[in-house]
Design a protein around this ligand. Structure first.
Ligand code: CP
Ligand code: NVA
Length: 315
């Protein structure tokens, strides 16, 4: 069933958002519908304090603009509070274990923890040893909040998700993995186009392929042909050192006017941001009328507010 035909129930049976592996299409549709309602309320200036009195702690072991500000403002708009915990400032950064951190935070009445870190296993350990909801704000393997905002943007643009071809160009890491899962589950055709040696993780690819139409290719032409959406991400993710060999491998996968020209006329361009113009994408594409990058960035706010309400709100 496409998102456009779904009738929302206003709840999902999850405590955490660790990746999207265990989320059904209907769970994702619930998030998209609530996100749209919250977006409408936000733009009409209507109060929506659905998380009054709740507290979200935000642990950051990597930099952030969108994730930090959208979670902080989202929680504020929902009537709740946030605690910003840079891993440099808390004992986690000095070797305290994630398990002990989880057990300690559980004693202070915290309702949710958003964590941005390196290892996916740390996000999972936080969920295992803590009593609160855990939301993955990016790891080396996944970025589920971004993928939700992205498919929300595509739903707004096309009025549907089923059958849309989303082609991702570049390093097959966190964004590629989360887009594969979100896209496959919601009936999209996801094509990951990476140079040899930088393809997505085969286990995550195989898992996503069980849910839907996911292909991996080294051919830019194959990926761009008939695409409804073109997506790219930085050559070097946070925590990765610059490497001339990798840069040379990724350069032919740049999303430029030629690539845009091979896609459908109606195609949109997406990027999770931050972007490096002249590297993974040219100005002629990212600053063109095809680009929906700031809609994506705004939708982080609405999609995450929906996630927080569904995970941390009244059941
Ligand atoms: N897209 C994204 O997660 O942006 P930040 O790194 O600025 O949070
Ligand atoms: N792949 C990028 C995404 C940033 C939002 C990174 O991990 O740095």
């Amino acid at each position: 069933m496409d998102v456009s035909a779904y009738k929302p129930k206003g709840r999902i049976e999850h405590k955490h958002l660790l990746n999207l592996l265990d989320y059904s299409a209907f769970d994702i549709y619930e998030i998209l519908y609530l996100a749209q309602d919250l977006k409408n309320a936000f733009h009409r200036g209507k109060k929506h304090e659905l998380l009054k009195g709740k507290t979200l702690a935000m642990i950051f072991s990597k930099s952030s603009t969108r994730t930090r500000v959208s979670f902080e403002m989202g929680m504020h708009q929902l009537g709740g509070h946030t605690l910003f915990l840079s891993s440099n400032d808390i004992q986690l950064g000095r070797g305290e274990t994630i398990e002990d951190t989880a057990r300690v935070l559980s004693r202070y009445g915290i309702d949710g923890v958003m964590i941005r870190t390196f290892l996916q296993s740390d996000v999972e350990a936080l969920a295992k040893y803590g009593s609160f909801s855990v939301i993955n704000g990016l790891t080396d393997d996944f970025h589920p909040c971004q993928a939700l905002a992205d498919i929300m943007t595509l739903t707004e643009t096309f009025g549907r998700l089923n059958g849309l071809k989303l082609s991702y160009f570049g390093d097959g890491n966190n964004m590629a993995h989360s887009l594969m899962l979100a896209g496959a589950k919601t009936g999209m055709k996801v094509c990951i186009c990476s140079p040899k040696g930088y393809e997505p993780n085969p286990e995550i690819t195989a898992a996503a392929q069980k849910f839907g139409d996911v292909t991996v290719t080294n051919s830019v032409e194959e990926a761009a042909a008939d695409a409804d959406a073109l997506y790219t991400d930085v050559f070097f993710s946070m925590g990765q050192a610059k490497d001339p060999k990798k840069e040379a491998a990724l350069m032919p996968y740049q999303v430029n006017s030629d690539v845009l020209g091979m896609a459908k006329k109606s195609a949109v361009f997406l990027h999770c941001l931050p972007a490096h113009r002249g590297e993974e994408v040219t100005e002629s594409v990212i600053d063109s009328t095809h680009s929906v990058i700031f809609e994506q960035a705004e939708n982080r706010l609405h999609a995450q507010k929906a996630v927080m309400c569904l995970l941390m709100g009244k059941k």
